[in-house]
Design a protein around this ligand. Structure first.
Ligand SMILES: [Ca+2]
Ligand SMILES: [Ca+2]
Ligand SMILES: [Ca+2]
Length: 167
């Protein structure tokens, strides 16, 4: 039992460590997906494609994130700018470890209360949860949770890698 608790604590320590330090690969992936004109930094328009609340809070998140006030989000500013994005929090922690941590009763799905622990959406959390629950059974399974976390990047990456239809 003690060993189990020790392992559990180790897991928590590891996941908070990862959460505090998003992997370089993830940051590169995000930058590559959103930086449409390939100048190595994000304009307001480019940044907004990553921001779930772009319509209401996009400008505000951009301004707070642009630490040196040069009108762009560069690679060093990106993690800070994205700290209100639930999808970013999930990908930073890792989809599977995050899912397991949130799934307190280990039934392989998340209810709205379990999901709330990762949500950055405040009182919109429920609404966000319902949007992610694509089969409307009141739970997020792994596939729904993964789609929810990956949605923003997949959309952007789809746009980038679009190939001409073969003739
Ligand atoms: Ca750019
Ligand atoms: Ca900047
Ligand atoms: Ca569901």
């Amino acid at each position: 039992m003690n060993r189990f608790i020790a392992l559990l604590l180790l897991g928590f320590a590891a996941s908070s460590l990862i959460a505090a330090d998003p992997s370089a690969a993830l940051m590169q992936r995000i930058m590559r997906a959103a930086d449409k004109n390939k100048d190595g930094k994000l304009s307001l328009e480019e940044y907004k494609t990553l921001d779930v609340q772009a319509l209401h809070h996009g400008d505000e998140h951009f301004k707070t994130g642009d630490k040196n006030n040069d009108g762009f989000i560069d690679a060093s500013e990106l993690a800070g700018a994205l700290n209100k994005q639930t999808w970013f929090a999930i990908l930073t922690e890792g989809i599977e470890p995050c899912f397991r941590r949130l799934d307190a009763d280990s039934d392989g799905k998340l209810d709205a209360t379990e999901y709330r622990k990762i949500s950055k959406m405040g009182h919109h959390s429920e609404q966000h949860f319902n949007g992610a629950d694509t089969n409307k059974d009141g739970f997020l399974d792994r596939a729904e949770f993964t789609a929810h976390a990956e949605q923003k990047l997949r959309l952007l990456e789809g746009g980038v890698t679009k190939k001409k239809p073969k003739k």
